[in-house]
Design a protein around this ligand. Structure first.
Ligand code: GLP
Length: 243
């Protein structure tokens, strides 16, 4: 595991964007696994700036997002589909047909999850998977559990995740209670993984995930077993790892 500590959020975003840019430059038809949340917003802005400056071509890139709220349609402003269009897809020359987000509008969870898993397999798997970290160690929406879920699955969100994500909704009652997410097996099958985290609020979970015991109670801890992981965190998020 490569563990990079940066001074600021902007530096974290630049370093992480460079890892993605290098992937796309080396393999223009890369399959990227993408993430939502506040953490990657800065790196997406960097990628858009790189594209607009003529340094980065997304024309052959294929993308699969980690997760989506169950029950939200693609054009719902709270959907992760909408988030991706706003923060990345609309700012670069990616072919929108090559972008994929689990279908939150499909009420048949088994069908939605199986289809998504099959699509990723048909694309040849993920070259580079970007991940943020939930405060409880969730990756995608794989919440702390007794086992590591293998494939794309439907999860009931924990109360702490509902509360954390309610900041983006008008009211906590509007936060969907379920989501479709790539499984831990889906994520671990990616050939390379890039994790980003920033701020003091993530310090405890960064320490537990990358320097603690590997356990499905801290889903991100499994990444310690992946052979090709780059973790980029700002110094606040790394503050408990430096003792
Ligand atoms: C959400 C997403 C995760 C994300 C996490 C952290 O629940 N499903 O993929 O990593 O929140 O979000 P943030 O970056 O806003 O802290």
């Amino acid at each position: 595991m490569e563990f990079i500590i940066t001074d600021t959020y902007e530096d974290m975003s630049r370093v992480a964007a460079d890892v993605i840019a290098e992937q796309i430059t080396t393999k223009p038809a890369s399959v990227l696994g993408l993430a939502t949340g506040s953490t990657p917003e800065g790196l997406y802005a960097q990628l858009v700036a790189d594209h607009k400056a003529g340094r980065l071509d997304f024309s052959q890139v294929i993308s699969y997002n980690l997760d989506e709220y169950r029950g939200l349609s693609h054009d719902d402003v709270q959907s992760y589909h909408y988030f991706m269009n706003k923060h990345l897809f609309s700012g670069v020359n990616i072919d929108i047909q090559n972008t994929h987000v689990p279908d939150g509008s499909n009420p048949d969870s088994e069908d939605a999850c199986n289809q998504y898993e099959q699509m990723i397999a048909q694309a040849g798997g993920i070259d580079l998977q970007l991940l943020g970290l939930g405060h409880n160690g969730h990756i995608g929406f794989n919440e702390p559990a007794d086992i590591f879920p293998k494939t794309t699955n439907c999860v009931a969100l924990t109360q702490s995740t509902i509360e954390a994500n309610s900041r983006l909704f008008d009211s906590i009652d509007d936060v969907p209670r379920e989501a479709y997410t790539m499984g831990i097996g889906t994520i671990m099958a990616a050939r390379k993984i890039l994790v980003v985290a920033n701020g003091q609020g993530k310090a405890e979970i960064v320490k537990r995930a990358f320097f603690g015991e590997v356990s499905p109670q801290v889903p991100a801890s499994i990444l310690q077993f992946h052979p090709n992981v780059v973790v980029v965190v700002d110094k606040q998020a790394a503050s408990l790892c430096m003792a």
